[in-house]
Design a protein around this ligand. Structure first.
Ligand code: GAR
Length: 188
């Protein structure tokens, strides 16, 4: 069995979509969901779907190896960041393979603070005619790891951050779980 842990900070609609995709998968298991926000709706979504959900503090994440040891004990093969806010510490990057999804066409509109609707606001205020998603490996800098997949969508003059976010979310739901599966297949 190949165990995945999902890290998320917010609503968790991608996390839910990934859990549903792998629900009856013959060899991939979503072991657990981890959030740095106690109130994040993603924790509730995971529970509703029968997946273990865990909250962790800044101290547990950055200043101890407790989480890494726990994830290793569970034989986690891949960590998936699905709307996760904090920079990943180097110790995690050395210990696990990690995939992130970003709601824009990196290298544009990435980096610290570029999260969720802030990304879409910037894309719209710069009058871009296209945006999209980037699925990439995580390295020691925000949004700089090797790209696995980019998919584009149009940006219309009448778009608001919400309408653009909805279009981007549709792309995420369509492509992210399959990209995770492809990644695992290629490395097996
Ligand atoms: C997603 O659009 C994801 O691409 C983005 O946060 C949203 C989370 O939505 N991630 C980033 O901005 C990472 N820098 P969700 O909680 O509904 O899955």
């Amino acid at each position: 069995m190949r165990n995945i842990a999902i890290f998320a900070s917010g609503s968790g609609s991608n996390a839910e979509n990934i859990i549903r995709y792998f629900k009856n998968h013959p060899d991939v298991i979503i072991d657990s969901v981890w959030s740095n926000k106690k109130e994040a709706y993603v924790l509730q979504r995971a529970k509703n779907l029968g997946v273990e959900s865990n909250y962790f503090t800044r101290q547990e994440y950055y200043d101890s190896d407790q989480m890494i040891r726990e994830l290793q004990k569970r034989n986690i093969e891949l960590i998936v960041l699905a709307g996760f806010l904090w920079l990943v510490p180097p110790e995690f990057i050395d210990a696990f393979e990690i995939i992130n999804i970003h709601p824009a066409l990196l290298p544009n509109y990435g980096g610290k603070g570029m999260y969720g609707s802030r990304v879409h606001e910037s894309v719209i205020s710069n009058k871009e005619s296209e945006s999209g998603i980037t699925i990439h490996l995580v390295n020691k800098e925000y949004d700089k790891g090797e790209h696995l997949l980019q998919v584009k969508c149009p940006v219309f003059p009448e778009d608001t951050p919400d309408t653009l976010a909805a279009r981007i979310h549709e792309l995420e739901y369509e492509y992210f779980p399959a990209a995770i599966e492809d990644f695992l297949n290629r490395k097996s």
